[in-house]
Design a protein around this ligand. Structure first.
Ligand code: F3S
Length: 291
């Protein structure tokens, strides 16, 4: 059996940076509090907890004069203000690509363009961007886009992990409703490459495994992209969810992972697939050639 691993799978640059910043801070401070989960991966969160990175759910839970890390998703300015009032040391691990979107939203507003964010309204990154401007439109579905009234101006930015197909769809609808529209494609390149590779890989193999937290929006999107072209697609968080019966009559397996999936979990999954497949046939392991 052939196992093909996507080169783009696993930690993206921004997540790797945030995790490293948090680990470095624990060396000096002992305990570092993360406002919300540092990354959307329960297994990695457990490992980080053991290193001293503790999750807190809201600013109210913060003990004054401790150290708090802002995760790669960023936060609204009001959160920074509240943290400063608590007199905590802030480590800002907002991904620079997310920061750039926050800045774009602010400058659109300054140019008198109502701001529209394409993305998931409940996702912390979108909440963070939305907090930088007044009453932005947040569009998540085709229906949301269709409901936008006709207006003279609109400035559009995207959640970094938006599905590029949704951006195309939303653009094709909005250009007919808005006289002057500025659209910034702010989908992160890491996301774009990962999604394209997952799509191509899913077309080439008999079975796809997508690894990542069930609460990870970018992993869920990868799974949906894969499932669309390959019905044998499975979204798992860890190797022990893999079932032997998935591999009956399967000659090739593709493996990819979301941006918050650490390498050690990917290795465990590849190892488990190798163990299962070795029972029947020789295993060939390689990397995807599609990127
Ligand atoms: Fe940043 Fe892109 Fe990752 S925006 S957090 S590098 S997916």
């Amino acid at each position: 059996m052939k196992i093909v691993i996507a080169r783009s799978g696993g930690f993206c640059w921004g997540v790797k940076r945030a995790v490293n910043m948090a680990i470095e801070a624990t060396k000096e401070k002992g305990i570092v509090y993360s406002l919300g989960e540092l990354i959307h991966n329960p297994q990695e969160i457990k490992r980080l907890e053991n290193l001293g990175i503790k999750k807190i759910n809201s600013v109210d839970e913060i003990i004054p004069e401790t150290t708090v890390i802002i995760r790669s998703h960023g936060v609204p300015p009001k959160t920074i203000k509240a943290l400063k009032e608590k007199n905590v040391k802030i480590i800002d691990a907002t991904c620079p690509f997310v920061k750039a979107i926050q800045d774009k939203a602010v400058s659109l507003e300054k140019e008198h363009f109502p701001v529209c964010i394409l993305g998931n309204s409940k996702h912390p990154e979108v909440i963070g961007i939305a907090g930088h401007v007044r009453d932005p439109f947040i569009l998540e579905t085709k229906e949301d886009v269709e409901k936008i009234p006709e207006m003279p101006k609109l400035g559009v930015v995207c959640q970094t992990t938006l599905n590029s197909e949704f951006l195309s769809l939303a653009t094709s609808i909005l250009v007919h409703k808005i006289k002057e529209i500025k659209i910034y494609n702010t989908i992160c390149k890491a996301t774009k490459v990962r999604q394209e590779e997952a799509r191509k890989l899913a077309q080439e193999v008999d079975l796809m495994i997508i690894i990542g937290g069930k609460n990870s929006s970018n992993t869920t999107k990868l799974y949906l992209i894969s499932k669309k072209v390959n019905k044998n697609s499975y979204h798992i968080e860890s190797a022990d969810e893999i079932k032997e019966e998935w591999f009956d009559n399967i000659k090739s397996v593709g493996i990819t992972a979301g941006a918050s999936t650490p390498q050690w979990i990917i290795e465990e999954v590849v190892g488990r697939v190798e163990t299962i497949s070795k029972r029947g046939q020789a295993v060939e392991r390689g990397f995807c050639k599609t990127t």
